[in-house]
Design a protein around this ligand. Structure first.
Ligand code: ATP
Length: 234
């Protein structure tokens, strides 16, 4: 079976700075893949390269069998990739419902509509007319995830879902990820909370200084090996 996403020899540059070096991995349809690594390892840059938001990259990014590296971000979204960005990036003065509608493609029918999002996160139904900036950080994160789902993606890229949120709200959000996957959405999760992200992932890749230092299935790799590849063995 062809993987849904195939990254081959990806290099990312910020001006003269070479941030990501020859990264290769893939994500199958229906898979949850976790990307772990310390600050600055290149995780966010890798997600941004997949959605088309880095200044310069080389290598191949194939999605559903087609090379998308030369496509604009809107075309990649139309192809079925959505990003839940770090910091959520909502329209603060628009209502919950208006923010969700921003993600909706007119006339495009998918597995998630407004009601589908409200079923996942019922608190958003209650708050649908409130401005996004009146919501708690966790509720805003739910809106950000809902907005991505409204794009009817085949693959969602999550950048730091749990950053700055309380453990309770993070648990509530993570509890809904299997339901999202059950609707046929694959996921790439970049997360500081390694145990949480490994607990839900089918496979992981660990990045260290712009390279993949280890990959595998969480249950099949020892904690020590993960720690060494995360911090760099000395
Ligand atoms: P974090 O958890 O801190 O976001 P990360 O693993 O996601 O870390 P990236 O944000 O991808 O890492 O950063 C990888 C490297 O690229 C770092 O050295 C970072 O300083 C650099 N970098 C990221 N964005 C830019 C940018 N816009 N301009 C210049 N350098 C950048």
């Amino acid at each position: 079976m062809t993987p849904l996403l195939e990254i081959e020899d990806l290099n990312i540059f910020y001006g003269a700075f070479h941030a990501v070096h020859g990264v290769t991995f893939s994500c199958d349809e229906g898979e949850i893949l976790s990307i772990i690594g310390a600050n600055g390892a290149g995780k966010s840059s890798t997600l941004k390269a997949i959605i088309g938001q880095v200044p310069r990259s080389t290598g191949t990014i194939r999605f559903a069998g087609s090379d998308i590296r030369d496509l604009s971000t809107p075309k990649r979204i139309a192809a079925g990739i959505a990003l839940v960005p770090e910091g959520r990036k909502l329209f603060p003065s628009l209502s919950v419902e208006e923010n969700l509608r921003v993600g909706g493609f007119p006339g495009r029918r998918g597995s998630f509509d407004l009601e589908g999002v409200y079923d996942l996160f019922p608190i958003l139904r209650e708050k649908r007319r409130q401005a996004a900036n009146e919501l708690s950080g966790g509720q805003q994160q739910m809106v950000s995830i809902g907005r991505a789902l409204m794009m009817n993606p085949r693959l969602i890229l999550f950048d730091e879902i749990s950053l700055g949120l309380s453990p309770r709200i993070v648990r509530e959000i993570y509890e809904q990820l299997p339901a999202i996957r059950a609707r046929g959405v694959s996921m790439l999760i970049v997360e500081q909370d390694i145990s949480r992200s490994l607990a839900i992932a089918d496979r992981f890749v660990c990045m260290l200084e712009g390279r993949i230092s280890l990959s595998g299935r969480p249950g099949e790799v020892s904690r020590d090996a993960i720690a060494d590849s995360y911090f760099g063995a000395h």
